[in-house]
Design a protein around this ligand. Sequence first.
Ligand code: CP
Length: 336
Amino acid sequence: MNKEIGSQSIVEPMKNFISVKDVKDINGLVQKSLHYKMHPFKDRHVGVDKRVGLLFLNPSMRTRLSTQVAAQNLGLEPILFNIDKEGWALEFEEEAIMSGNTVEHVKDAAPIMGKYFDILCIRTFPSLKNRDDDYSELFIKQFIKYSGIPVVSMESATLHPLQSLTDIITIKEILSHESQAKKTKPKIVLTWAPHVKPLPQCVANSFAQWVNAWGEAEFVITHPEDYELDPAFTKGASITHNQDEALKNADFVYVKNWSTYNDYGKIYCNDPEWMMTNEKLKLTNRAKVMHCLPVRRNVELSDEILDGPNSIVTQQASNRVWAAQAVLAEILKSSS
Ligand code: CP
């Protein structure tokens, strides 16, 4: 495996970017991302005369902007399409009798996009109504099947890999600035937080999947009873319902709400006691606090944390550019 960075390939060919399973060398991809942070325009010609389609079926701020910036840093032309608002309603089921609300089948639309673009990036959310449907990842799988070009997930029904790559980049960046005396394995805690709406499990699933695959941390997940995540993603983490116990000596605390996985898509408990506060931070090892954003202030996380010295949410969100740039560059190199 080639370990060089910059314009050289540091991972085995990346065909699509849907989950951590598409990455053979997480640290190599992190290193490449941080290299782009220092040298944003180093590979400004690798995407010249190529186009990336950014297809949004759902709202976004960070993903939409950072992926455009990343593409432009590589000379790629990003073309954004809010298909949920501006396009025809897509059908994804095979052999569907399209007598309802859907107007165009993905097997007709995706090959056309495959002719217009060199890479297709897609954001879609789960319905939170039917777990089997959501966890089948039909939308993104159909685009992979029918577009004929590399597909990058900008968040799917169950995972958010660009966010998770960013999260590992940010953790490694912080660790690299800390003293040599620091223990070798940081303690990372993913904690459930209250929210007013049922949210997808994507960010939590994906963070767990990436931290477990990365393997360089003591990893604890804490949530109220009945908020278990899919074990396919959490296997390898310690799981506890005792948030205070989990937070003890934590170096990083990742705060995130998710709705129930077993009795799918519900809110059971919205105990405000689960909100992260400065009082709870006293249990930690002066932990850095992370959140993917957008965040409900004083519901998930207190103002005092978000506006205080422990919050790294802005650094985290800014690193979205370098994660997207490294992934797009790898895919361009693999497909050239
Ligand atoms: N974290 C994240 O994906 O943000 P957006 O939904 O604004 O893109």
